[in-house]
Design a protein around this ligand. Structure first.
Ligand code: G3H
Ligand code: ZN
Length: 283
């Protein structure tokens, strides 16, 4: 069965590794991420954005994740990514999600606390883990774009109080990463990470994990990042492989012919991330 993130996040925090949240967009993503998890014997988090949920349908989403958990025997959390309302979080929990993110970062600080608290109370009553977010992460995800001027780093004191008041199981804070591809190299604020993780018992979450240099990831994990989200890198690899296959074989019409190598490419990307995050053999 699908598990809450509390099945593995406390261990990640204690043993200084991070569990990858790999976003799922279709069946091939689910298969590839699961395959990589099995090869590395790693816990997994399937991230589902509201856009992806709409695309796949909630019933298919839950059924594919449950099939992956059953087939692999791995601890897998099915996690709503950037949930925007209490209602969408409850809808996902009722449908079988084992974890949800409530992203109240666009609300005023006190409102974010109040709204996140409501989700935590309801979710915890059902054994579902909750991730909250503080500060504004730049870049583009689904239809939401935050430009650099509006990306706001998290304040450590506010982050600590946010944890204390809400009781979230994981806390996403803006530390300089952005969603989507980077133009230059991202500047990560390790001092903010350290100031927060040393004062709260739960791990912090790094969003916008795609394109962050390996050494920055390693340093972030050492600073107490226990969950890292990756979506764009898999999307880029999948689509690039399909493009190349189609260009090479102009008469191909069987989707399996070009989706097989695309799916294979995700297995490789995810395996490397799992090794980098240190979650191999932690299942
Ligand atoms: O919530 C999802 C992640 O933060 C994905 O970010 O697409 O830049 O890897 P990314
Ligand atoms: Zn994100």
């Amino acid at each position: 069965p699908l598990v809450s993130m509390n099945e593995f996040l406390p261990k990640a925090k204690a043993n200084k590794f991070a569990v990858g949240q790999f976003n799922i967009n279709n069946l091939e993503f689910v298969q590839a991420i699961t395959e990589a998890g099995m090869l590395e014997n790693s816990p997994l988090i399937f991230g589902v954005s509201e856009g992806a949920l709409k695309y796949m349908g909630i019933e298919y989403t839950v059924a594919m994740a449950e099939a992956a958990a059953k087939k692999s025997g791995l601890p897998i959390a099915l996690h709503l990514d950037h949930g925007s309302t209490f209602e969408v979080a409850m809808k996902c929990i009722r449908a079988g999600f084992s974890s949800v993110m409530f992203d109240g970062s666009h609300h005023a600080y006190e409102d974010n606390i109040r709204l996140t608290k409501e989700v935590v109370k309801a979710a915890h009553a059902m054994g579902v883990s909750v991730e909250g977010e503080l500060g504004t992460i730049g870049g583009t995800e689904d239809d939401l774009t935050v430009d650099e001027a509006h990306a706001q780093l998290a304040d450590p004191e506010e982050a600590i109080r946010f944890y204390e008041e809400t009781g979230v199981d994981a806390l996403a804070i803006a530390v300089g990463t952005a969603h989507g591809m980077y133009k230059g190299e991202p500047k990560l604020h390790f001092d903010i990470m350290e100031a927060v993780t040393s004062k709260i018992p739960v791990p912090i979450v790094l969003h916008g994990g795609s394109g962050v240099p390996d050494d920055a990831i390693t340093k972030a994990v050492a600073c107490g990042v226990g969950k890292i989200n990756v979506n764009t890198e898999n999307q880029v690899s999948f689509t690039k492989t399909i493009r190349e296959s189609l260009a090479k074989q102009e008469t191909v019409y069987d989707p399996r012919k070009y989706l097989t190598p695309a799916r294979e490419s995700i297995v490789e990307v995810v395996r490397e991330k799992i090794r980098l995050f240190g979650s191999s053999n932690q299942a």
